[in-house]
Design a protein around this ligand. Structure first.
Ligand SMILES: NC(=O)c1ccc[n+]([C@@H]2O[C@H](COP(=O)([O-])OP(=O)(O)OC[C@H]3O[C@@H](n4cnc5c(N)ncnc54)[C@H](OP(=O)(O)O)[C@@H]3O)[C@@H](O)[C@H]2O)c1
Length: 281
């Protein structure tokens, strides 16, 4: 596995991470094995959220004896993200995850509460050792500017922005990624395979991925993940409830694409113009 420093946290985190949205809908034992397979392969970053129903309970069972191997991330829902609400949501997540700390805690997306309030909740949780760092999700560049100002005044660092990023949705490359690089935030790419069907061999893009994969003795999905994490600030969160899928995704780490291969991918999955608002799921 390849590790990188996760934003300003100083923590070494696997470039390919494990997502858990809907993992509770899979067979429980298989889902637990999928997460443990990821840990076996050195994927230490597990992403969850209070919104993901019982995913936190699946993680609790997967890391029961392996908590120290995991960089655990959860998220507070915007409508809970008042100062006190953030604290209460975090404490609920800690209980459900069966742990005393989160490595990083995120605001899931911007909601009705001023960022100062959420920030104050994060700071209190950090002082109590319940969270070790905090960040945001689905923040566009202008949201980030506002968040930097608030964090700076409080003498705090924002660890990451978790955003939608896959071959057919590259909007973050226009402004979010440069902003995060400038402020030393990690960028975590969610839904890295895209919410629709992954490009199959009958499509032009799928054929390019397959050709590159063959040259590296890899798979098209591994090529897609390697493309997303080609920039050192970027990590990719792939969700898999099937242990074989987890193992395949872990294999993307260390796959280095040549300039020509990156150019071929750019041709079939162009970045496109900057949309008016940041796409989210
Ligand atoms: N911050 C946010 O707003 C936000 C929004 C969406 C997602 N997220 C996070 O990002 C994570 C990833 O996004 P996602 O769950 O939307 O989508 P994803 O990771 O792009 O795709 C998940 C789907 O791909 C399948 N899959 C995974 N690896 C595979 C492989 N090697 N071969 C074939 N199929 C494979 C999974 O199947 P199996 O499950 O059957 O293995 C699942 O159906 C989420 O789980 C969540 O933690 C965050």
């Amino acid at each position: 596995m390849e590790y990188r420093q996760f934003g300003s946290t100083g923590q070494q985190v696997s470039v390919i991470e494990m997502g858990t949205w809907c993992i509770d809908l899979a067979d429980r034992g298989t889902a637990i094995r999928a997460l443990q397979t990821g840990l076996d392969h050195g994927m230490n970053h597990i992403d969850t959220a209070e919104m993901y129903r019982d995913a936190e309970l699946v993680i609790r069972d997967a890391i029961r004896e392996r908590r120290d191997e995991a960089f655990l991330v959860s998220k507070v829902l915007p409508h809970n993200a008042s100062r006190q609400g953030t604290r209460r949501a975090c404490e609920r997540s800690l209980r459900r995850l069966g742990t005393d700390r989160l490595d990083c805690y995120l605001l899931h997306w911007r909601g009705p509460f001023p960022l100062e309030e959420t920030n104050a909740g994060f700071q209190e949780l950090e002082r109590e050792g319940k969270i070790l760092s905090w960040g945001v999700s689905n923040f566009d560049a202008d949201d980030l500017e506002e968040a930097y100002g608030i964090a700076e005044r409080a003498g705090e660092d924002i660890a990451c922005d978790q955003v939608l990023y896959h071959l057919e949705q590259r909007a973050i490359e226009h402004a979010v990624l440069p902003s995060c690089i400038g402020h030393r935030l990690a960028v975590t790419a969610y839904s890295p395979f895209g919410p629709d069907d992954f490009p199959g061999p009958h499509t032009q893009g799928g054929r390019v991925l397959a050709e590159i994969a063959e040259a590296h003795d890899a798979t098209p999905r591994q090529v897609a993940l390697a493309f997303l994490v080609r920039h050192p600030a970027v990590f990719a969160i792939a969700k898999a409830s099937n242990p074989q899928h987890t193992a395949e995704n872990a294999g993307a780490a260390g796959l280095v694409l040549s300039d020509e291969e990156i150019a071929s991918i750019n041709r079939v999955f162009p970045r496109g113009p900057r949309p008016r608002t940041l796409p989210t799921l």
